[in-house]
Design a protein around this ligand. Structure first.
Ligand code: TYM
Length: 323
């Protein structure tokens, strides 16, 4: 595939966790050297759950800082706030008029909501169309995401193809880029790590909190002497993400042979996580001390994003008969 534009987004609904980092932020940062990368803080999307304006603003800035601290280089990648290019909501409306209801009724996030007995807002129902607008507005062809977003990228592809069939070749048809080993990072309870399951390890968690959370990882009740199953352990799965291969191999051997308790493994996991993210933590503190620099990065990102978005928007308006 010819790489031209890479794009992805993250919702400012809280502080990013290890699932966000390994599933999207780190792969996204690697992409910034391979093509034109666009990353945005999906604040319109966050409105499906966050209804506190001060909190939304704080989360938006804080996610941007986290991304920069992790290595996003604003001289290479474009970092912007979704709502700084409000044309995306216009494109979402145009796409909405091409979207069959059953396509959205079939989406996991909506179905999960219904299954939990909650009443979904129209925003939650239409969420995948706004996401398609994000991707198509910027003519993106590669979308680095975790596995939970795969279906949304498929919806985007369907809508792009339908728009192109109906109105002529307007949109690039994108592809999801999912890194197999980190497609679904698991959380403290063995399910997918997710803010909504309350099972996350934050990227920049305070030391005490992180230690407490790691020590609370759910395990079976095998005694210290017993051999343990390495394949089903959340501790090992997380350790693999942040420890050196030799240390991982040692832990795997000790799982199989027995003689080491889960408490000991958890301590090693905590140490590996703490030291893995120490340099990023220092960088984040530095970035946080200069709020004006962050404003400038986001403003510059919004300018660069608009320069790509506006021509697409005007092509689509024209093609649909609005101008
Ligand atoms: P969000 O904010 O839920 O998550 C941001 C990214 O993190 C990935 N992720 C994970 N990856 C692996 N394991 C996990 N446990 C895990 N948890 C989260 C997500 O897959 C995602 O890539 N709808 C998107 C935001 C969005 C977007 C877009 C993404 C809006 N518009 C356009 C791409 C393109 C979301 O809610 O991500």
């Amino acid at each position: 595939m010819v790489v031209s534009r890479i794009l992805s987004g993250i919702k400012p609904t809280g502080r990013p966790h290890l699932g966000n980092y390994f599933g999207m932020m780190r792969p996204g940062i690697e992409w910034q050297d391979k093509g034109e990368a666009f990353y945005f803080i999906a604040d319109y999307h966050a409105l499906t759950t966050v209804h506190d304006p001060a909190l939304l603003r704080e989360y938006s800035r804080s996610v941007a800082l986290d991304f920069l601290a992790c290595g996003l280089d604003p001289s290479k990648a474009v970092l912007f706030r979704q709502s700084d290019v409000p044309e995306v909501t216009e494109l979402a409306w145009l796409l909405t008029c091409l979207t069959p209801m059953p396509m959205l009724e079939n989406c996991h996030a909506y179905k999960d909501h219904l299954n939990k007995g909650k009443v979904p807002s129209h925003g939650l129902f239409a969420y995948p169309v706004l996401m398609a607008a994000d991707i198509l507005l910027y003519n993106s062809n590669i979308v680095p995401v975790g596995r939970d977003q795969k279906q949304h990228v498929e919806v985007t592809r369907d809508l792009a193809e339908k728009a192109n069939r109906t109105f002529g070749p307007i949109f690039t048809v994108p592809e999801a880029s999912i890194v197999a080993e980190v497609a679904t990072v698991i959380g403290l309870d063995g399910q997918k790590m997710s803010k909504s399951y309350n099972n996350t390890l934050g990227l920049f968690e305070e030391e005490k909190v992180l230690r407490k959370k790691v020590m609370s990882i759910v395990t079976d009740s095998s005694p210290v002497e017993a051999p343990k199953d390495p394949s089903s352990s959340s501790i090992l799965a997380l350790y693999k993400l942040c420890a050196e291969p030799a240390a991982v191999a040692l832990m795997e051997d000790q799982f199989r042979s027995g003689g080491v308790g889960y408490g000991d493994f958890k301590k090693r996991l905590f140490d590996a996580l703490w030291s893995r993210f120490a340099p990023l933590r220092a960088r984040r503190a530095e970035l946080a001390s200069d709020p004006a620099a962050l404003d400038a990065i986001l403003e510059n990102g919004a300018d660069r994003a608009r320069a790509v978005a506006l021509p697409t928007m005007s092509r689509m308006r024209q093609a649909m008969g609005l101008r």
